[in-house]
Design a protein around this ligand. Sequence first.
Ligand code: NAD
Length: 495
Amino acid sequence: MSTDTLDTRDEIYVGGVWTRGSGALIESVNPANSEVFATLHGATTADVDAAVAAGLKAVEESGWAKKLPHERAAVLHRISSAIEANADRIAELQTLDTGKTLAETKALAMSAAATFRFTASALETMEDALTSPRGNYLSMSTYEAIGVVGAITPWNSPIASDAQKVAPALAAGNAVLVKPPVWAPWVSLLLARICEEAGLPAGLLSVLPGPGRVVGDAIARHPDIGKISFTGGTSTGRQLGHIAAEKIMPITLELGGKSPTIIFADADLDQAVAGVLYGIFSSSGQSCIAGSRVFIQRSVYDAVVERLVKGAEALRIGPGTDPSTQVGPLVAHAHRDAVARMVEDARLAGAQILCGGAAPEELRLQAGAFYEPTIIGGVSNSDVICQEEIFGPVAVILPFDDEADLILQANDSVFGLACGIWTADYRLAWRTARAVSAGTVWVNTYKQFSISTPFSGLKESGLGTEKGRDGIRSYMHQKSIYIDLSGASIPWAGN
Ligand code: NAD
């Protein structure tokens, strides 16, 4: 793939203006071969101030919030079509920046287009309510834009995370500042170019790459930012939650996970093994919803472990640009090394590495941030390796005896993001789905997503909901209005 055709100009997007940033220099490295493919000067806190001011002005001058829903929806439909038309370009750029396979980044680009399309359609179906009056007046509940909001996103699926925040924030009538991750800023900038070409009024969108502790923090603390929508790690989410509490500002947090995926003895084992391998090793495990704790009923434990190990060893590791690759590199060497350290610590603590547990030996993969699909046994659910998010291609496997034992173990986690259940018994599936602490449960499938279905995390996996028809509402204030119909004075005043 040639980088000449890809959009990697050293420019950030501040309040509708493309400009070279004067913040920290970001070196973008292709994790498949360690080559620096672009450099980018990031934003400063002054850029945050300028972007907020431009956002406020743009909302006012373009009349964005006051436009009728179908008028805003028309712009979002055009953005959706433009994303679709540029899907290959987006996919190539994201593969270069994150290492993900082209098949996955193309799917993420198409899902971003679908998010804009769905949000545009949903916007036209939104309704305010006439509420029941208790007197001679009209009472209603209406929704209004917040003003300027901040969207802070992680590196694992940048185009999809951006779309999930930018589409509803704009649909609701706001301006939005996006703070993309340092490890993957480029597709957010490309999205801004696409939005600009699709006719989004200038100033409504800013894209401000840079270190989270500087740029992200400044966005969250800015007095004119009325909401933060954050996707990322739980510790960062907690810090942002403190800022939101100080400002009394709404915040949506989509955070980490350590999701259980459960194989009952009666499951279709072909289906279960394929689903579990996909659930943990696709995206090289760099997925908030990765099914990273695999619980297997004891009577089928040995047979299933053997099949999982065989399946993991057969996965094809390679660069994301190779169409036969199933497991691409991790996003960066620093991250690969952090994953390797966690596995090594578990090994030293007595865990058994059943497969993987190292960088691949193949010569062609030596320069990249690759790590073998790894399965770890001989652990107990309370071990560090079973409790902490690894965010890499590493599964721990744990036996369970019966339903009660399973639920105890599955829920013994600070996280509550997702869960997979593999069984032929629909009553058992239903009971387990209801008993497990998770925002999303899949039965006999995994990692399937519909933009019309709400997404949220329980416990330390998050706060608030994204997606779904009501996703737009989370970027709005609710306002109640009473209008007198009697023409009479309130008797208390005495006239
Ligand atoms: P991260 O928390 O390190 O960073 C996320 C974003 O926050 C980045 O843009 C970063 O620059 C910014 N940031 C960092 N410190 C900040 C601060 N003090 N103030 C403001 N902004 C700050 O997460 P990551 O490593 O980029 O992403 C991986 C994490 O994201 C994993 O924990 C994963 O589970 C989670 N994630 C969750 C979901 C979900 O929907 N629940 C989806 C994808 C990823």
